[in-house]
Design a protein around this ligand. Structure first.
Ligand code: ADP
Ligand code: MG
Ligand code: ZN
Length: 473
């Protein structure tokens, strides 16, 4: 008999906020040493009260809008009670009764065509701490306690591992472009619910839940193993399937039972009276909506149509600020492909020289557009343009003033250029002779010497042309 797999996902994503969800400690990844990002509130001292971080609500709503959800105008928090040493209050603040987003849908492009995955809900909650094993001791690190999470729960709509991975990759690029989360390794964790049923059947089989999977590769392997285990259990009666929570072991590629599935009653949920209900009014919702980026697929298409390379498109999609900057510079009248080059090649190399990354780029669209226009209009050459760009990025100077002050836009008379070049050729007589004797590489040395002598004030193309005229005759 042929079987069909049925999968539903619960995905936890750490939000990209400056502070934790209910206190002012630094948010995700701001900690260096264990417990250096902890205060009385997030370490569960008696009498401390939670204070809601507004940004968390905005990011959760943004995620909901991107996943076509209904946004709850009235949303509340509940306490989920359980005891574990990484949970200092012995309860987790989460949302049970009125989650912030419900009933969404995300469309996937897979090898089997378009597939709709329904989103049951998105809720906000706090993360737990971490247990660290040091020799024989077990230590607890509360840095991650109260880091904000959203949990995205799908309906059991996946029918293959490919669909699951396509969905996760789509969430990842959406959340990055929406400034919701960087989704680095460990910042996106899934509980994978799996069952199988005979092809054609409309009833669901017994499901098991594989907890806390952080690597996409492991998720794929775990699904394959677990689906086969279910099929064997049904087909060959190798074991009895029970609804339970399991753990995947990457070393053996197998899943192991952890505990029987806990039910809602096990957690003694009750409303958290320390947190007021949150009301999302029209004005606030409109404000959040206005900042939601274009749907990723549409954006990718727009960029590709503009001639931006696939690699550059990937960089842009992974970096919301860069793509926002590009869009703004384009709206100021520059070509998208050209702008992509300035941001992803020129700016990136300047940043790298300073030990920084694309995410650190801080330049206004107006300044970048001004530099690009100077070059495009032939006022300065590209080398000068890059020099101005470096000064703007590194020192925050005004590009036009910098260009004038450094006389980068002064046209050099070609007779003057030629005089200087003649001198350069005399000084580099050996290289010139080598070139004329057939050593093609020597041309580059001569060109470099001319560029240096002209201090980048003349246009690269002019220097090239004049040099070729001189040395080839
Ligand atoms: P619970 O409240 O017991 O955790 P939910 O209804 O919230 O159950 O479902 C949790 C996850 O399990 C959801 O992502 C859902 O899609 C998935 N799920 C539910 N039933 C099945 C099933 N029979 N097979 C696979 N996944 C399932
Ligand atoms: Mg659940
Ligand atoms: Zn704190």
């Amino acid at each position: 008999m042929n079987y069909e797999m049925v999968i539903g996902l619960e995905t936890h994503v750490e939000l990209n906020t400056k502070s934790k969800i209910f206190c002012s400690c630094g948010g995700h990844s701001s900690a260096n040493e264990p417990n250096d990002c902890v205060c009385p509130a997030c370490s569960g001292m008696p009498g401390m009260l939670p204070v809601m971080n507004k940004k968390v609500v905005e990011l959760a709503v943004t995620a909901g809008l991107m996943l076509n959800c209904e946004i709850s105008r009235y949303t509340t928090f509940d306490k989920k009670n359980y005891y574990y040493p990484d949970l200092p209050c012995a309860y987790q603040i989460t949302q049970l009764n009125h989650p912030i987003c419900t009933n969404g849908v995300v469309t996937l492009k897979t090898s089997a065509g378009k597939r709709d995955i329904r989103i049951k809900q998105i809720h906000m909650e706090e993360d737990a701490g971490k247990l660290v094993h040091v020799g024989k001791a077990t230590c607890v690190d509360f840095n991650r306690t109260s880091v904000p999470l959203i949990e995205i729960v799908t309906q059991p709509d996946f029918r293959s591992a490919e669909e699951v991975l396509t969905y996760l990759n789509k969430l990842k690029s959406m959340f990055r472009s929406g400034g919701i989360s960087e989704c680095e390794e460990g910042a996106m964790r899934c509980d994978v619910n799996i069952s199988v049923r005979p092809e054609g059947s409309t009833e669901f089989g017994v499901r098991t839940e594989i907890k806390n999977m952080a690597s996409f590769e492991a998720i794929e392997k775990a699904i394959r193993f677990e689906v086969q285990r279910h099929i064997d259990a049904i087909e060959f009666e190798t074991e009895e399937l029970v609804q339970e929570t399991r753990r995947y072991d990457d070393a053996t590629g197998k899943t192991f039972a952890m505990r029987n599935k806990e039910t809602e009653a096990d957690y003694r949920y009750f409303p958290d009276a320390n947190l007021m209900p949150i009301i999302i009014d029209d004005e606030w919702l409109e404000q959040i909506k206005a900042a939601v980026p274009e749907e990723v697929d549409a954006k990718v298409d727009t960029y590709k149509e503009a001639g931006i390379s696939e690699k550059e498109v990937d960089m842009l999609i992974a970096n919301h600020n860069a793509s926002k900057l590009l869009d703004e510079v384009v709206s100021l009248g520059c070509g998208a492909k050209n702008v992509a080059g300035w941001i992803l090649t020129d700016a990136v190399s300047i940043l790298r020289k300073n030990g920084k990354l694309l995410g650190d780029l801080d330049i206004s669209a107006e300044d970048l557009a001004a530099i690009i226009k100077l070059v495009d209009d032939g006022e300065i050459n590209r080398v000068s343009g890059r020099k101005i760009l470096a000064a703007v990025i590194e020192e925050g100077v005004d590009p036009i003033a910098y260009c004038k002050d450094n006389k980068l836009d002064e046209k050099v008379d070609t007779t003057v250029i030629e005089e200087i070049m003649d001198k350069v050729l005399i000084e580099n007589a050996q290289a010139l002779e080598d070139y004329r004797n057939g050593k093609v590489k020597a041309k580059q040395a001569l060109f470099g010497a001319c560029m240096r002598a002209l201090k980048n004030t003349a246009d690269t193309d002019i220097i090239k042309e004049l040099l070729e005229r001189k040395i080839d005759n």
